[in-house]
Structures are given as C-alpha cells and as structure tokens.
Write a protein that binds this ligand. Structure first.
Ligand SMILES: [Ca+2]
Length: 293
C-alpha cells in the first residue's frame, strides 16, 4: 500500500469528519506540578543552602544532597527564584509526587542552565519521571550571572500509577557549582502524538500512543502555523488552511503509526501537526518540525 504523501494528501476538512469548528474557548493545558517555579519557599535574598531531606520549598523534597535556593544571585528563568542542584561540594536534587492518571501521557518540561562561576563547563542533570530516566547536559560557555541562557528541555512518560515521582538530580560531583533548574511544568495528555523523521528526511513516522484501543485517530497538519482553531473539544493547534488524514486503526494498547513519505521538494518547510482521538473527542500534544534531513 502506498503511503500518503504529506504535502499532497487529499485535503479533508476535519469539520467533515467529526470536528465542528467554533469560537469556543478551550481550557488551558493542564499542568499537574505544584510550585514548579520554586517561588514558594524559604525567604531568600541572595542564596540559601537547603539541606537534604528538607521540605521547605513548597511541594518539593530536597533529595540526595544539599542544594542552593538562588534568589538575586543570578537571573532565574521564571519569576524570582531558581535552584543550583549543587551546594558545598554535594550533588543534590529535588523531587515531587504529581497526581497522574494511569495510561495518560505526561510531558515534563523544565528550564535548565548551569552555574557559570566554577566547576565543569558542561553540567549534567539526571531526570526521572515515573519509570523513565534521562540524563541532560548543558554547556555553560558564555553564561554570566546576569545572562544564564536558560533552555527548555523535556521528557515524556506514560503513567502506570496514580502518583508519579518527578526527580531532578545533579550529575556533577563533587562540585559546588552545578546544573541550574527552574520553571518545571508537567503537562497531561490523554494520548501522545509523536512525530519522528528518518535521518534522510523521509519517511516521517507519525504515531499516536495511548489513544483509545481499536479506534480512529485523526491527524491535522498545516504548513502555515500552530493555530489555534477553537473547536467544541478544545483548541486545534494548527492554522488554516490545514489538511487531515486518518491513522490506521489503533491496536489493543491504543497505539498506531503511519510512515508518511516526504518529497525532497518539501524539505526545509515547517509543518505543524495535531492529533484527535475520535472516540473520546480529545486532542494530543501538538508537534512542530522542520521537514528534511
Ligand atoms: Ca522561578
């Protein structure tokens, strides 16, 4: 069977297959983290060391070692406070239990930087979310206390319990100048859209994960922008004009994938993609990629 060609797929308005566009406002994406910007905590002017085991940052426990609670010492990513996960030569961290629905997907997004004053130029942070773990690195070259060049990073997990631990631990040891953390957000999705390009630029693998088993998932894509277009079921995160296609029926786990061939003439174009579970009438996360190798 020939896979549809993304830029030339038959343009079918989603309105014709179940979504009725309206001006209805959609609810904001749910963030299940508490105090993710660390603003509610002990008083701080410059820097305060918080010992392992402390719960003085609301919603968080300091784990593995001491950390620095950083106020005006350097520029935070969000609001007034951020963290250095190393204090006094110890590699520390913070952890929080977030409420999760079994089977739902969660994207943990956080701002990362690194202490520019000392230690290794490259900082490492080990992040765990549910049963998923990933190590993140950050190069502090060029950073100053006034310009920390915060970068958003993220990882995904599918919840298997009603409480899931989110854990950020320094990978730099021993050092008093570690990775910096701020603005943690944990976004909840009924199911996940994953779009991955083959290194050569084609095909693009479009997958829906954790949707309704044995059911239909629709894909909308646009070369114009991220929308939003209001619908009775939430915001469709693509701009007009957009096209759509149906993925193969989901399997018993609610997963389905389609390889979409992309002609070289489309390389370099931006595409915005969003998925819709036609059984539960819910949207996935939105994805934006640049086509091509
Ligand atoms: Ca903050």
């Amino acid at each position: 069977m020939k896979a549809p060609c993304l830029p030339f797929a038959t343009p079918i308005r989603l309105a014709a297959i179940g979504i009725f566009l309206s001006a209805a406002a959609a609810p904001a994406q749910t963030d299940v983290a508490v105090n993710g910007s660390f603003e509610t905590g002990p008083g701080v002017s410059n820097v305060v060391v918080i010992p392992q085991g402390s719960n003085s940052i609301f919603g968080w426990t300091v784990v593995d070692g001491d950390i620095d609670y950083v106020g005006s010492y350097w520029m935070p990513a969000n609001a007034s406070v951020s963290l250095d996960l190393n204090a006094s030569d110890s590699a520390g961290g913070v952890a929080q239990l977030v409420p999760t629905n079994v089977g739902d997907w969660y994207e943990v997004v956080f701002a990362m930087s690194g202490n520019p004053v000392g230690g290794d130029v490259a900082k490492t942070m080990d992040v765990r979310a549910g049963s998923v773990g990933q190590s993140f690195s950050y190069d502090t070259t060029g950073n100053t206390l006034a310009d920390m060049n915060w970068v958003d990073k993220s990882l995904w997990f599918q919840a298997s319990t009603t409480l899931s631990e989110i854990r950020f631990v320094s990978g730099d040891m021993p050092s008093a100048h570690g990775p910096a953390l701020d603005n943690v957000r944990v976004f909840e999705y009924d199911f996940r859209l994953q779009v991955e390009e083959h290194p050569s630029g084609s095909p693009v693998s479009v997958c829906a994960l954790g949707a309704t088993p044995n059911a239909t998932v629709l894909i909308a894509y646009s070369f114009v922008g991220a929308g939003p277009i209001g619908t009775p079921f939430g915001n469709l995160m693509v701009s007009n004009p957009y096209s759509s296609l149906a993925l193969p029926q989901t399997d018993a786990s609610g997963n389905t994938c389609l390889d979409v061939n992309v002609p070289p003439s489309a390389f370099g174009r931006d595409v915005w993609v969003h998925a819709f579970d036609d059984s539960t009438k819910t949207f996935s996360n939105g994805v934006a990629i640049v086509l091509g190798p």
